[in-house]
Ligand binder design. Sequence first.
Ligand code: HAM
Length: 424
Amino acid sequence: MVQAVRGMRDILPADARRWRLVEDSVEEIMHGFAYEEIQLPLLESSELFARGVGEATDIVEKEMYTLADRDGDSLSLRPEGTASCVRALQENGLLYNQTQRVFYAGPMFRYEKPQKGRYRQFYQVGAEAYGFEGPDIDAELILLGAECWRALGLSDCVRLEVNTLGSGSARQAYRAALLDYLTPLADQLDEDSQRRLTSNPLRILDSKNAQTQALLASAPQLPDFVDAQSQVHFSELLALLDGLGVPYVCNPKLVRGLDYYTHTVFEWVTDALGAQGAICAGGRYNGLVERLGGRPTPAAGFAMGLDRVALLHEVVNQSVVSQAADVYICFGSQQHSSAAQQIGLRLRRALLGAGSGLKVRVHMGAGNFKKQLKRANACGASWAVLLGADEVEAGQLTLKNLTDGQQQRVPEAEALAVLMASGK
Ligand code: HAM
């Protein structure tokens, strides 16, 4: 058998039901905040990510799935959504002289070392806002995340970490000072940090290596370089979060792995998933639109990793996910299979129309009632509809409650009323 590609997962039906619940809840919150959906291509020109995410980032340096198309153009599977989102809005004239609040959902691709919570194809839901200077939009984006955790019952197991990187020039000044300090100590740094010294020195701050961290204790500190205007932006953001009742921890070492951030950066982390604790991350990226050829446009956003959010949801809410079917239609003999399908169709239309959320599955193939009821239980149904010769003749059906075993023979409309009353 040909196997799945390493790092690319199948989300099997039982997990996909949880996935759907999580994604639907998140998208409902996005709609509730009046963010509008945008759909973006999976393939973009490689240059977009080199310029957008940054040549010196791990993502662009080592993790992109890049291919040459038949014309020889270099294309990459998107490793993230922000650069594409800027490209799409810019290309379609939706950034200049206007504001935008959008969200997207879909798979992203990074050639990382796969482990639990880290995959080569993973799924993000991201939100981005353009044209807003003030810290109020940073607060709104953070609140959006907080409301998602609330809706999913995850608030108690996530923590918000926030930091400010300052303006682009403050960040550059800090980078230079950090380099001056670390370069003479290069041979004492861990291997990854040595590499980052030339490519992306700020990332050394979040090294997990104890010796590197000990060296960093006396390094220049980022907050000392942050410009006054950024400090004001950051304190206003914190005041807004206080007002909204969103708890946070200030983490001056939070720098993020993508190059486009300025000012606010944040991460939602959990301790319940082991090493891959970041479930959602983002920040402000005021320079990106210009870097990609547009006019200067303030921008901020975040993306959550749905794989990790679903894993966390499973840890916290083991049993809340729906069943494969709620109503299972059984029939006594093959000649009633068609009647069963017709009842199934009428019930589905009525239940769907009433927004009951109930799912109806019709038995297929042979088997006596006993065997069919076994199937009904196996797919988690709470109700069975039994259709024997008597029922068909009387134009009725038997509705069996699979939880308490009670059953009643009733006209279809009455059965429908009982089902609707039991709906979600
Ligand atoms: P990021 O931190 O690279 O940011 O990814 C955001 C989230 O995606 C992470 O916190 C994590 O939950 C999830 N994630 C990343 N890589 C993987 C992986 N290999 N497997 C599973 N989950 C993963 C960005 O992508 C930015 N575009 C976020 C942003 C939007 N900033 C501003 N706007």
